[in-house]
Structures are given as structure tokens and as C-alpha cells.
Design a binder for this molecule. Structure first.
Ligand SMILES: [Zn+2]
Length: 594
């Protein structure tokens, strides 16, 4: 027995069976019932939404003679008379389908139109269906126009196109136009579920959701993909198999990335990308899955409870939706879909992915990433964002225009100058490290006084250096210079304090759990062995590092900053200006060391 592909087997044969195009079906059915027949119809819409299907049903409606041979024009073709069966089988002499994409010359159209002068052989009407009509040459259009202007009463034209802009206005104006919509993923998913139930094929809801989404609004594509998935899954549709077939990225990865963004955890982001790369998962697929997740989160935030409670993913979506503010979700979504388009421009797709993720981190609104965020921020947010933007001149103005509310700077404007240019992976936790001891309020802002030396972080991040720290910092420098470690391993090395260092063993201490992964520690150990030229056992303990290379760096930057500011403050010209203009002051943060 030959296998009939699902797209053909389940091609709708009546208006009632058409899914997702109710507005078109209703209008056509009414016109047929009331015998208000137009002589030319134009169906527009993307591929696979049902243009040919609706044309065939229309041809049957016009030619059906009913089961008893006595029927007339109807909105419910019987499906059993000769006309109905022949049209379904594609062998009705008075129904002609012409694909203009492959027959675009005036020759084919002329032949077709020559036949138009003859009355239908069997049916009431001749129906000419011209698919992709926009592909016809101008001469062919002109030839058709004559017949369109004065058609014989027994001739109906059905024109279909994916690109109505390219159809000449003279043709458009003679057609009754219907736009067939791309089908919503939910509609496609429901239809697939019904088809598979009829086929008695077991399918996981997650598998159907993936197929429905991959079809991008085309029912035909959805059914073709389902055919492939059935073959791929040896008769059953499991989510994991479909994911593999489509090259789609497991939702768990997208969930972890959104969690890391919500927590402002740059290290976890980088680690996730390393994981995706190791698994060979596509960056584009990752961003698509993130976009889908963020979209569902936005729905949940706007209309709580609107998501399908039966979907196993809903609980996760609800949890994430509560962890981000609605405007932040919108912002992340916008960056994801824009970033998806930029992947092709990136040096490689994972670099592109990293940049998109770091951009999301960089645009994270102030105050997020902590418990206070759980309370949704109301309508006042845009106003705050605007005032924050006004207060921050150059940096925000230079941000890419994303048509989205301008986010406030990540960190609240600190009373003390932050060390300039922190590396991108430095995230929220580092700020608490800087403001030592943790838990104490930030140092008081000195009253702005003329000629006051701007306070710097130098006093805040003074690091009590240790001999072990010296050795470790020197070793890390060698590792970095040798190019022996990647970004995440480098982060582990930089954030760690060395608490033991001998011939055979190095013991480190670091607080961030995400950095202490076995894979990370193994990589760092291997790099150290390579640089030192001998095997060294590397041990990483949990704990708060005091003297880490990262903190030394921060202190050094702060020291140079203070030095630069002092030079400016001591400059005779600056002093003279300050004395002359009582309101003159040095703008905090405007001085950068060389
Ligand atoms: Zn019939």
C-alpha cells in the first residue's frame, strides 16, 4: 500500500474543514449561498496557507451536482458527485491549474485563453486557477486582461499570489481579493494533534509545539515536517527526537540563559554559551528559543493565567515572568530578535551569541537582579528611564536605538567613581565585593565644594596583598599572556585567591559557584600544567577571596584613577579656573587615566 503524505491526505475538501481562514471561508460561503458570483478572485498569502485548497473547493462549489445529480451551486460541495471527485483527484477537464512560476510566458497564457472561448465540457463553469500570478510577464498580463475585462459568463478566474504588490493594478482592480493569513502556531498545533489522533500516532505536546512553530504559519509545511518527524521517530513523535530533527535548541538552555540574565550573572551566561558550543547547538536556534520564551513571559506578565495550564512549560514561564519586570522582558525580547539578525555579521555564531547576551546584561535596568525586582515596576518606569537618560549624557545617547524604553544605567550612579572599563564578565556580585565590608552602607557623598578633590575608590578597594597572592597573580599573568585559558577559565583564575601553592599542589578560594564547575577547574589545571611544565593538582574551595588578581586589578585601576584626578586637581590652570568661576567643578568620572 502506498503511503499518502499527510499534507495530501488531510488537504481540506470542504470549507468547513479549512482551519485558520474562517474570515475568507465565511465570505465565500455567503457569496455562493446568495449566488453573488464574481468572475475573478485573487487569493493572497504566504506559501502553504491554503490558496490552492480554497481554489479547489470553490471550483467544486461551482460545479457540484450533488449526490443525486440534481444539485446546484452550493457552499457545501457533496464530495461524491463526478465533478467533486474529479476535482479532488485533479482530473476535471474544466478546472485548470497553471503555475505561473514555471509557465510565465505569453505562450502558455495565450493557449489557456484560447480555450476560454469554448464552453465547459462537463461542468457548469470553467475555472482557471493561476498560481503565483505575479510571475507572469507583462505581455502575458495584457493578454489576460482582455479576457478579464469581458469574460464569458461560464468562466471564473482564480488568481493566487504570495506577492500581490507585483500584480498590476489593472488586474487587481478586476478581482475580488482575499487575504489568507499565516496560521497561528496554536492553530497549527491543534490541527496536528487532531490529524495524529486520527492516524493513531502518539505525540508529545512539546513535539507538536516545535513542529507548529517551525512551520511558520504554513499548514502544509507543518504536515510535511510531521511526516518527516514520524519517519525520524520510527512512528512516534517525541519532543527530544523532533528537536534533534529540527536542530532546535532544548528549552532548558533558554531557561538557564534567562535565569542568568535575571540574576545579572555574567559568568553563568558565558558558561552556558560554552556548554552550547560543546554540544554543537546552534546560536540562532538558541536565540529563537529565547525569543519564544520571552514572548510567553510577556504574555504571562500582561495577562496572568493566559497560558495553557496543561503545558508542562507553563510553570517555568510563570516563574521567570515573575523574576523580570515587564519592560525588561520587552527589552530583552527586542535585543534577542535584533541580535538574531546580526549573527551572520559576527566573526562566528558563538561570538555573536555572546555579544547579544552581554548586550542584554549591559542594558539591564538599574535595581534589577535583586529581590526588589519581584515587585512589578508600574507605568512610572518610562519616566524614570527618561530622566536617567537625561542625567547620563554620552553613554546612553550612544546606545543603539532599539525603540524601546531607554534603560537606566546598570549600576545606580555611585557616589564614588567606579573603576573604569570593567571587563564585560564583571557583574553585580563584584560591586558588593568592592563596597567592603559587605552590608555596610556606601560611603557618604562629600558635599560638593569648589576645588574638592573627587573621592575615589582607591580607599575602598585597598587589597592586603599576600606573598601567595603575588605568586598566583604572576602565574595568572603568564596564563593569560600564553593565551592558555578561555574567557570563563580566565574569570575563575582572576576571581580566585590563592591559599596554597607548592610544587605539587595549588589551592584556590572563590565564592562564585558557577566558576567552580569541574570542567572549569580541569581546564585551569591543564593550563597551569602546560605553563609550568609539570603536573600540578588544582583544588578550588568555596569561600570569599581577599587577594585575587581581579581585586588587585580593580585596586590598581582605582589608584591610577585617583592619581589622574589628583594631577588635574593640582594643575595650576585648573586651580585658576576654579578660583575664577565659583560654580566650576570637576565632573565626577570625567577624568580618565592614560
Ligand atoms: Zn459534488
Amino acid at each position: 500500500m502506498s503511503y499518502l503524505v499527510l499534507a495530501r491526505k488531510y488537504r481540506p475538501r470542504s470549507f468547513e474543514a479549512m482551519v485558520g481562514q474562517e474570515h475568507v471561508v465565511q465570505a465565500l460561503a455567503n457569496a455562493l449561498t446568495q449566488q453573488r458570483l464574481h468572475h475573478a478572485y485573487l487569493f493572497t498569502g504566504t506559501r502553504g496557507v491554503g490558496k490552492t485548497t480554497v481554489s479547489r473547493i470553490l471550483a467544486k462549489s461551482l460545479n457540484c451536482t450533488g449526490p443525486d445529480g440534481q444539485g446546484g451551486i452550493t457552499a457545501q460541495p457533496c464530495g461524491v458527485c463526478d465533478a467533486c471527485r474529479d476535482i479532488d483527484a485533479g482530473r476535471f477537464v474544466d478546472y485548470v491549474e497553471l503555475d505561473a512560476a514555471s509557465n510565465r510566458g505569453v505562450e502558455e497564457i495565450s493557449q489557456l485563453l484560447d480555450q476560454a472561448v469554448y464552453k465547459p465540457v462537463l461542468g457548469r463553469f470553467k475555472v482557471y486557477m493561476i498560481d503565483e500570478v505575479h510571475m507572469l510577464s507583462n505581455t502575458a498580463f495584457n493578454a489576460m486582461l482582455k479576457t478579464l475585462e469581458e469574460p464569458p459568463e461560464y468562466l471564473k478566474f482564480v488568481l493566487a499570489t504570495t506577492d500581490p504588490q507585483k500584480v498590476p493594478p489593472t488586474v487587481l482592480s478586476r478581482c475580488l481579493q482575499f487575504n489568507l493569513r499565516p496560521m497561528a502556531p496554536q492553530t497549527v498545533q491543534e490541527h496536528l494533534a487532531a490529524v495524529l489522533a486520527q492516524e493513531q500516532i502518539a505525540a508529545e505536546p512539546g513535539a507538536l509545539r516545535l513542529l507548529a512553530r517551525a512551520a511558520r504559519g504554513s499548514m502544509r509545511d507543518a504536515l510535511s515536517l510531521t511526516d518527516q518527524a514520524i519517519a525520524f521517530g520510527a512512528g512516534a513523535l517525541a519532543e527530544a527526537g523532533v528537536r534533534q530533527m529540527l536542530g532546535a535548541v532544548d528549552r532548558g538552555h533558554a531557561v538557564r540563559l534567562v535565569e542568568a540574565l535575571a540574576a545579572g550573572d555574567g559568568a553563568a551566561l558565558i558558561q552556558s554559551v560554552d556548554g552550547l558550543r560543546a554540544l554543537g547547538l546552534s546560536a540562532a536556534g538558541t536565540l529563537e528559543e529565547m525569543a519564544a520564551l520571552l514572548q510567553q513571559m510577556a504574555v504571562q506578565q500582561a495577562v496572568p493565567g493566559a497560558l495553557d495550564a496543561g503545558d508542562p512549560d507553563t510553570a517555568v514561564v510563570e516563574r521567570l515572568a515573575a523574576a523580570l519586570a515587564p519592560d525588561e522582558t520587552q527589552l530583552l525580547y527586542s535585543i534577542v530578535v535584533h541580535g538574531r539578525g546580526e549573527l551572520a555579521l559576527a566573526p562566528d555564531e558563538y561570538s555573536g551569541l555572546v555579544m547579544v547576551l552581554l548586550r542584554m546584561l549591559a542594558f539591564k535596568p538599574a535595581g534589577s537582579g535583586s529581590a526588589e525586582r519581584a515587585a512589578p515596576r508600574p507605568a512610572a518606569a518610562p519616566a524614570q528611564a527618561v530622566s536617567a537618560a537625561a542625567a547620563r549624557p554620552a553613554a546612553v545617547a550612544a546606545a543603539p536605538a532599539l525603540r524601546v524604553p531607554t534603560p537606566a544605567p546598570r549600576a545606580a550612579p555611585a557616589p564614588v567613581a567606579r573603576s573604569p572599563e570593567p571587563p564585560p564578565w564583571v557583574d553585580a556580585p563584584d560591586e558588593s565585593e568592592l563596597a567592603e565590608p559587605a552590608g555596610l552602607p556606601a560611603p557618604e557623598v562629600p558635599e560638593p565644594r569648589p576645588r574638592a578633590v573627587v573621592a575615589t575608590v582607591a580607599t575602598v578597594v585597598a587589597v592586603a596583598t599576600t606573598p601567595l597572592g603575588d605568586r598566583w597573580t604572576a602565574l595568572v599573568k603568564r596564563l593569560v599572556e600564553a593565551g592558555a585559558i578561555g574567557a570563563l577559565v580566565r574569570e575563575l583564575a582572576m576571581q580566585s585567591e590563592c591559599i596554597g601553592f607548592d610544587e605539587a599542589r595549588i589551592v584556590l578560594r572563590v565564592d562564585r559557584e558557577t566558576l567552580r564547575s569541574a570542567a572549569n577547574v580541569d581546564k585551569l589545571g591543564a593550563a597551569i600544567a602546560q605553563v609550568l611544565g609539570r603536573a600540578v593538582a588544582l583544588q578550588v574551595e568555596a569561600g570569599t577571596p581577599e587577594d585575587s588578581p581581579a581585586r588587585r586589578d580593580a585596586a590598581e585601576r582605582a589608584r591610577r584613577q585617583a592619581e589622574a584626578e589628583q594631577i588635574i586637581a593640582d594643575d595650576p590652570l585648573v586651580k585658576a579656573l576654579m578660583a575664577q568661576y565659583k560654580t566650576a567643578r570637576i565632573v565626577p568620572g570625567s577624568i580618565k587615566p592614560h
